[in-house]
Design a binder for this molecule. Structure first.
Ligand SMILES: Cc1cc2nc3c(=O)[nH]c(=O)nc-3n(C[C@H](O)[C@H](O)[C@H](O)COP(=O)(O)OP(=O)(O)OC[C@H]3O[C@@H](n4cnc5c(N)ncnc54)[C@H](O)[C@@H]3O)c2cc1C
Length: 220
């Protein structure tokens, strides 16, 4: 799955259904009152889905969600290079996992490092070197590719690496802490959120993802 195309499609679909996007960051949540630097809005329900930043917005998540930095590289074959692999390649090189994901437009995505580095999203020389070294061992033709982009993002880590889904306060729900699997778990998360907002029961297994679970309880 191409995460960027997925997000573009999601934005378009949401806008088509009347969703309004506002540019300001939420600075405070007081029950169902949501404040930004520009406005305060009262809501019937609030879904807290701010990824690694969720901990700052609600005390119930304060010590539970932490940022886990990850770096990703994007490369393109040159005219004289071998083409990218036709399928995703996953490998472990000297104990570190690496994956190579070919995109339909010829791009090759390499991922991903994982560090405890707070909210730092700088791309480091070490991260780039580790990813290139590992990927080149698996696919030597990569050495001739053009490095087109380096990025770093933050996963939202939970204590047991499973998401926090459920009611925090009257009308305030959590949908955060998806760690390495937020795209994979997006459909079940969306189903759960829709069920809460409609006053219906969420899908099976979601009850085990409640933020008050103990780490040993079964989740998704
Ligand atoms: C390097 C890397 C590789 C990954 N690979 C995979 C993978 O292969 N498969 C997979 O399933 N998942 C993967 N993930 C994880 C996936 O990206 C996350 O689990 C997913 O993005 C979580 O979605 P989210 O909407 O909960 O949080 P996010 O995507 O972090 O989105 C949170 C949003 O909230 C916004 N926000 C934060 N604070 C505020 C505020 N105060 N006010 C308003 N808005 C705010 C942010 O700007 C952001 O738009 C990867 C993550 C990284 C970093």
């Amino acid at each position: 799955m191409d995460n960027r195309r997925l997000l573009d499609a999601l934005r378009t679909a949401a806008a088509g259904h009347g969703a309004e996007f506002v540019p300001e960051a939420v600075t405070d949540l007081d029950g169902k009152r949501v404040s930004t630097s520009a406005r305060t809005v009262g809501a019937d329900a609030v879904v807290l889905a701010a990824g690694a930043h969720s901990a700052r917005l609600h005390p119930a998540l304060a010590d539970r969600v932490r940022p886990l930095k990850g770096e990703i590289l994007r490369l393109r074959p040159r005219r004289t290079s071998l083409p990218p692999p036709r399928h995703t390649v996953r490998a472990t090189v000297e104990g570190r996992p690496v994956y190579l994901v070919p995109r339909a437009d010829g791009e090759l995505v390499l991922g991903a490092t994982q560090y405890e580095a707070g909210f730092d999203t700088d791309v480091t020389a070490r991260g780039v070197r580790e990813l290139l070294d590992a990927a080149e061992r698996v696919f030597p033709a990569l050495a001739e590719y053009t490095l087109t982009e380096t990025t770093a993002g933050l996963r939202a880590g939970s204590a047991d690496n499973l998401p926090y889904l459920g009611l925090l306060d009257d009308g305030v729900y959590a949908a955060a802490g998806h760690h390495r699997n937020g795209l994979l778990q997006a459909p079940v998360t969306a189903e759960a959120v829709l069920a809460w907002l409609a006053g219906a029961a969420p899908p099976r297994g979601v009850a085990g993802a409640h933020p008050d679970r103990t780490d040993s309880e079964e989740s998704l």
